[in-house]
Write a protein that binds this ligand. Structure first.
Ligand code: E4P
Length: 230
């Protein structure tokens, strides 16, 4: 069980990596755009390489920006050439439910020797098919599942059970964190990995009562410092 960071911000990744609490990084085009990555496809590749170097040998997921089959394969090759720890993210199907993505995923894993993280999935059944196609990681968006009125923990538990029953190698990444509680609840349900946004990770770490306790220790500790000068 482990935690990845869902971010493309170098300073934030470095901060949490230096603490030793993350075991990988996930990105997507929306995160990169929102977080100010510029320079077109070169900009994505540059940022991906910087993150990959920073956290190596931990995996860094970078997503293709097209749904054209040969375009996905070309981008996947270009991303995976950047560093050994790059994993390529491909969505489970196209924007209108086009089906060629699984064929691409299968080819990337079995012909091109590229590790794939299949993304944008909302159900155990989608993840199972992605795992059957050979995906290294299957990403289910727990927060969005909950928002649709389904129970993400139940979906994760059933998925873990099915993957083990079918002896599939895929690891479950649960993303789309919305609350601090999600991290432990999804790991407890059977996720191999939860990919966490920085704010949630900070929320896990800092507790108001811990702050108050630390303040008490420092206040009382200072009394001892003062004694030395009395
Ligand atoms: C996961 O890999 C995705 O990058 C991400 O968690 C999606 O989260 P959202 O639902 O907050 O967009």
């Amino acid at each position: 069980m482990s935690i990845f960071l869902d971010s493309s911000r170098l300073e934030e990744i470095e901060q949490f990596h230096r603490m030793g609490i993350i075991r990988g990084v996930t990105t997507n085009p929306t995160i990169m755009l929102k977080e100010g990555v510029t320079g077109g496809m070169d900009g994505i590749r540059r940022r991906a390489r910087e993150i990959a170097e920073m956290v190596a040998p931990f995996p860094v997921s970078v997503e293709v920006t097209t749904n054209d089959a040969s375009g996905m394969i070309d981008q996947a090759k270009a991303f995976s050439d950047l560093a050994e720890n790059i994993v390529v993210k491909v969505t489970i199907h196209g924007p209108q439910g086009e089906l060629e993505n699984l064929e691409v995923i299968h080819a990337l894993e079995t012909v091109h020797n590229i590790r794939v993280n299949v993304t944008a999935m909302m159900s155990a059944q989608q993840c199972f098919l992605a795992a059957m196609a050979g995906a290294t990681y299957v990403s289910i968006f727990g927060g969005r599942v909950n928002n649709m009125g389904y129970d993400s923990s139940n979906e994760i538990a059933r998925l873990r059970n099915v993957l083990e029953g079918a002896n599939l190698k895929a690891e479950i990444i649960v993303g789309s964190t919305r609350e601090v509680l999600n991290v432990i609840e999804w790991l407890d349900a059977g996720a191999h990995i939860v990919t966490v946004i920085p704010d949630i990770l900070r929320g896990m770490l800092v507790h108001p009562y811990s702050k108050e306790t630390v303040q008490m220790f420092l206040r009382d500790g200072a009394a001892f410092e003062k004694m030395l000068h009395e």
